[in-house]
Design a protein around this ligand. Structure first.
Ligand SMILES: C[S@@+](CC[C@H](N)C(=O)[O-])C[C@H]1O[C@@H](n2cnc3c(N)ncnc32)[C@H](O)[C@@H]1O
Length: 335
């Protein structure tokens, strides 16, 4: 069994890691913590203003994915109306603070299928602001590392781990998931929630997952998938991608393509469960939460930004209804 210290040792580049000392400094605001995080606020304001100047629904497309999520996670950290939005969403679907469509029931299913226990060492790819990572830590006692390219997401997740008193078990670092700074065989489980759709080099990422998993380890993730359009109506493929890329780049594949990639990387025992119906349901919950706190959101963040995010959710809902976009759970094992 891995001790937490041995996991920490396998991190090949300590400068990427928010360890306990650095995390405490981050919260108390001392220079050790601050040196880890680039100054965000001015850059964020600049990129958002530049994007806004372009006008309309396309404003978020002006930001690259990393900047976009920095803006969102930073807002999550700072903004009282976004906190209320997340609380409203949590009340409606009984879920956690996050930027995806997962519910605690989905996470419980994932934990069960991947057999995550207190003996596991689990990596959460694209952990965002850490909601799913912290839930799994809390529910199982597994040691967890969450990785995301967004500094503000990692900073927020780190603070929440301290606040929830699970910082001994959950740690977060800022990195691109395509080049993971971990030694071979460091993890027993890799998970990811509603995020791999944003990663262009999917095959390379799955090769990395095989490398860092122990033999017998497994990968379990929820992801958006291209649907078959069986619901009829709706957008052409081009319009579909256009609607989604308003928010951030999406690299959408049908589930068969992801199965091929998992097989090519060397995973076996592959299982796929279509979750498009719950995706639609949870998307409606996000829209209901937006409606509940709409005036407060607009007061704090401005009409254009709120409309852009609501437009994105409405596009998702429409595409899911027409079965042009879906969501699936994927599972695979390393021999
Ligand atoms: C929809 S959010 C999901 C976050 C989280 N898993 C959750 O459910 O709350 C997608 C996340 O993927 C991250 N991301 C996208 N591409 C990435 C990459 N190449 N490396 C690391 N993180 C990435 C973004 O920064 C963002 O936080």
């Amino acid at each position: 069994m891995h001790s937490w210290k041995s996991v920490a040792r396998v991190l090949t580049d300590r400068s990427y890691r928010c360890d306990l000392l650095e995390r405490r400094a981050l919260v108390s605001g001392s220079s050790v913590g601050r040196s880890l995080l680039p100054p965000l606020s001015q850059n964020l304001t600049d990129s958002w203003s530049a994007a806004k100047a372009a006008g309309g629904l396309r404003l978020a497309a002006m930001l690259d994915a990393r900047r976009l999520y920095d803006v969102l996670h930073h807002s999550n950290e700072q903004s009282s109306s976004i906190r209320l939005l997340h609380q409203a969403f949590g009340r409606i679907v009984g879920s956690i603070s996050q930027f995806g469509w997962v519910t605690t029931e989905d996470l419980d299913r994932l934990v069960h299928r991947a057999n995550i226990t207190a003996l596991s060492v689990t990596l959460d790819l694209c952990c965002g602001c850490g909601g799913p990572t912290l839930y799994v830590t809390w529910a199982t006692g597994s040691r967890m590392i969450g990785v995301d390219q967004s500094w503000s997401g990692v900073g927020y997740a780190t603070e929440k781990a301290l606040a929830l008193n699970v910082d001994h078990g959950a740690s977060f670092l800022c990195a691109d998931v395509v080049t993971l700074p971990f030694a071979p065989g460091a993890f027993t489980v890799v998970i990811s929630i509603d995020a791999l759709v944003h990663v262009q080099q999917r095959r390379r990422l799955l090769d990395e997952c095989i490398r860092i998993l122990k033999p017998g380890g497994c990968i379990a993730f929820y992801d958006e998938i291209a649907g078959d359009g069986s619901g009829g109506g709706g957008a052409s493929e081009a319009l579909l991608l256009d609607a989604l890329s308003v928010f951030s780049p999406h690299y959408l594949f049908p589930k068969e393509a992801t199965i091929c990639d998992l097989e090519a990387a060397g995973f076996t025992d592959i299982e796929v469960v279509d979750c498009t119906a719950s995706f639609e349901h949870v998307n409606r919950a996000w829209l209901a939460a937006f409606a509940e706190v709409w005036d407060l959101l607009v007061d704090e963040h401005g009409h254009d930004r709120c409309e852009a995010e609501r437009g994105y959710l409405e596009a998702i809902g429409e595409l899911a209804r027409n079965r042009r976009l879906g969501r699936a759970f994927f599972y695979g094992r390393k021999q």
